[in-house]
Ligand binder design. Structure first.
Ligand SMILES: *Cc1c(COP(=O)(O)O)cnc(C)c1O
Length: 389
């Protein structure tokens, strides 16, 4: 039987049953697999036979997880990683050569930015950046040695939205590999492959797990590129553990209902904040006031679970707001069932100069909320009392 609906595939894509006819897929906590004889072992290592050899290469639980993500992202193939950063680093490392050039959005995850600025230059790989609101400058940055166009949308922590269709067109015109970090949206909200992304990367640690339990990452996309990423990874060892793959694959069964509720809650919070007198600005893709509202409506099914807003009174007011929070968590994670608030200017982005912070939309009073699955009434009450005191 075939089915192509997102929720059904998330639930019904599963490994074949064992002789015990279990209903829930078991955990294959094994580092290696055995062979019938020397010939089978030879043929397996020569890749004449497709099967599991060793869990650094593949494992039934990671295979199931990857297969689900491929269906959800409408991608051809994929490989699962121990973390989102392992997925991002391995993707670049597998596809780039010394002397290649990257064009990237300036608003990327902090550790991705560290790859571009601290590590890739060691291997003679340079990166040029465009601002999220100046995508029309991308073509000016492309050089003869540019190989990859890279972006996240929505961005962290300022929740800007980039036009994926436009990025896809530029990549095609200049023969670049378009890589999109789809962590903030999840495949339930947007599928970058539809707009021409060649590779989609995820931190599965966030909304895919959704309960703040395990780390994980995944890269999916074009078969030939995934093959390069797989060969690099099977030798260098960033593989996802079977246990985490088992947890994450089960998490995907509830992704659709969780994301629906996260987004419903986030929109309610965004609307509340927009009407609050101690708030200067609210950024949420599905608010009409968002600078890229039209683009968001075009490419996103829902607005996501991240709301950014600016407390009146700058850095001190931001810090004070965090101190007054009673129920919501102060944590660096996001995409959890629990609502999390952060103040980037005094924490995650405090090492940046003010100028660099403003370049990526982090004003002094900016607060990022990862809206959870608690009753939104209680989340709003907590944020409301923290804003008033
Ligand atoms: C968290 C995050 C990452 C890194 O993922 P880890 O699983 O923590 O390694 C990459 N990109 C984005 C957008 C993230 O939010």
């Amino acid at each position: 039987m075939s089915y192509h609906n997102f929720e059904t595939e998330a639930i019904r894509t599963q490994l074949d049953k064992t002789e015990f006819l279990e209903h829930s897929v078991p955990l294959y906590l094994t580092s290696g697999f055995v062979f019938e004889d020397a010939e089978e072992m030879r043929a397996s290592f020569a890749e004449e036979k497709q099967r599991n050899l060793y869990s650094r290469f593949s494992n039934p639980n990671t295979t199931e997880f990857v297969e689900k993500i491929c269906k959800m992202e409408e991608a051809e193939d994929g490989y699962a990683f121990s973390t989102g950063m392992a997925a991002i680093f391995s993707t670049f490392a597998a596809l780039l050569n010394s002397g290649d050039h990257i064009v990237s959005s300036r608003s990327v995850f902090g550790s991705t930015h560290a790859l571009f600025t601290k590590y890739f230059p060691k291997w003679n790989i340079d990166t040029s950046y465009f601002k999220v609101d100046e995508v029309e400058t991308i073509e000016n940055l492309i050089q003869p040695n540019t190989k990859i166009l890279y972006a996240e949308s929505p961005t962290n922590p300022a929740v800007d939205v980039l036009d994926l269709e436009y990025l896809g067109k530029i990549a095609k015109k200049h023969n670049l590999i378009l890589i999109i970090d789809n962590c903030f949206a999840t495949p339930y909200i947007q599928q970058p492959v539809k707009y021409g992304a060649h590779i989609v990367v995820h931190s599965a640690t966030k909304l895919i797990d959704g309960q703040g339990r395990v780390l994980g990452g995944v890269a999916v996309g074009k078969k030939d590129l995934i093959r390069e990423i797989y060969l690099f990874s099977r030798n260098t060892g960033p593989a996802l553990s079977p246990f985490n793959a088992w947890v994450l694959s089960k998490s995907l069964e509830t992704l659709a209902v969780r994301v629906e509720k996260h987004c419903e809650n986030a929109l309610k919070l965004a609307e509340f904040l927009e009407a609050h007198s101690n708030v200067n600005l609210v950024k949420y893709p599905f608010l009409k006031s968002h600078p890229q509202y039209e683009v968001a409506k075009k490419q996103m099914k829902l607005g996501g679970n991240i709301v950014a807003f600016e407390v009146k009174g700058g850095i001190e007011a931001g810090r004070k707001f965090l101190n007054n929070i009673k129920m919501c968590s102060l944590s660096a994670n996001l995409g959890d069932t629990r609502t999390i608030v952060t103040h980037p200017a005094s924490t995650t982005h405090s090492k940046l100069s003010e100028e660099d912070r403003l370049e990526v939309g982090i004003t002094d009073g900016l607060v990022r909320v990862s809206v959870g699955l608690e009753s939104i009434e209680d989340v709003i009450n907590d944020i409301s009392q923290a804003l008033s005191s």
